[in-house]
Design a protein around this ligand. Sequence first.
Ligand code: FAD
Length: 473
Amino acid sequence: MVVGDISTGTDLLVVGAGPGGYVAAIRAAQQGIDTTLVEKDAYGGTCLNEGCIPSKAYITAADRAHTAGESEEMGIHADPAVDMARLKGWKDEVVGQLTGGVEKLCKANGVNLVEGRAEFASENKVRVAHQGEGQGSESLEFEHAIIATGSRPTAVPFDFDGEHVISSTGALAMDEVPDRMLVVGAGYIGMELSTTFAKLGADVTVVEMLDSALPAYEDDISRVVRKRAEELGVEFRFGEAADAWTETPTGLRVTTVDEDENQTEFAADVVLQAVGREPVTDTMNLEALGIETDDNGFIPTDDQCRTAVDHVFAIGDVAGEPMLAHKASKEGEVAADVVAGEPAGLDYQAMPAAVFTDPEVATVGMTADEATEAGFEPVVGKMPMNASGRALTLNEPEGFVRVVADGESEFVLGAQIVAPEASELIAEFALAIEMGARLEDVASTVHTHPTLAEASMEAVMNARGEAIHTLNR
Ligand code: FAD
């Protein structure tokens, strides 16, 4: 136990109740560690309140509205109207159910909850300022700390004003669908939201400095997502950077500039700036702990999430890429287990990532190029979704499943999927990598018919030259 007053001491302090922090706190409490979780805003962090969950709620609603209105060829005649206030209300209900669940789970597992902003006072002491005027503050001593303070939208090139220039947080709280939305950045958040708002009826233009949508992904994946977005009416301006905006009597005028300094002007009602997120490491006096951040503001950690200061751990978005909720949670489990004295460690080999565009994108492990660079002689198998019975019955035949394996041993090394439900399909390949499965293991697993998952089996069979429903190469 901590030396000193027991009412102001804890064995483990966790700062931030996002998917990193609350998972770490619950796991630590389950391990019998006296754990205190400090949160300044809302349980569930970015993920539950303004990230994964609200965005997926909007994506689902936008899909329904769009699909209903676009199903003439199936004999369905509908003209759906979007009630944004009701949609927002439903999203808030979903969020409330989940955040309330997090709070209950923490309490049920014996986590001490403290509401307020944490700021370190020394290597073993934190001051928590309770929110609201006259609410005061308290000090807590701790033996171990896990920092899970997450990230915030990057205010580049424009400052956010919450009205004209908004972040994803603002976009997920709008009362009305804007007529004209200009999206800065075609990364995963920009692409998810531009597709969503196009389906909800906005006129969307995406400005991206690089030359493709989802530039972090392979070209053949980006192309599928871009083509579909264009079909939905999204206009892309690649190779251009948003440079300035002004308010006019008829809305906003946004200027972009290309590498030859050519300027273009756009009219918009709102600018959604989605150029990335930066770690929240500058507001809690890390100096008092003796921790330094790297050039990008992240807290350097080892494969047990330990910082340069032995008794302090950092997890989730503050600890670096990939900034994803499940990565934060996994690190939370590992850090808590390490504090409990377990021999836990991280392995990112089977860490999946998903983008909830139309169609969805999901990847895990290595691409073929990465496998080659790593010294493998990879074999690749592919199944186009237009050969999948289930994809055709969903009327969503775009995309493919691709698997990468070591040519000699046939160990599965990676998969890239652009397809409906890719975010679900990728789990099979994550499991395959985690278990050290070979192509044959997946190929000989009977998959339910007719499902999208059959496409994964077919891609694997294709890699072995045994595909039945596509031509083997
Ligand atoms: P956070 O969730 O950011 O939580 C940090 C918490 O710390 C916050 O609650 C904050 O209030 C609190 N805090 C900060 N400073 C202090 C302090 N000094 N004292 C007390 N509390 C403090 N990821 C996915 O995996 N899948 C998705 O589909 C996905 N979609 C997303 C969509 C959007 C629009 C956005 C913005 C993000 C999305 N993400 C997604 C990313 C995901 O939300 C983050 O990776 C994840 O929330 C990181 O978890 P975390 O615990 O590290 O931090």
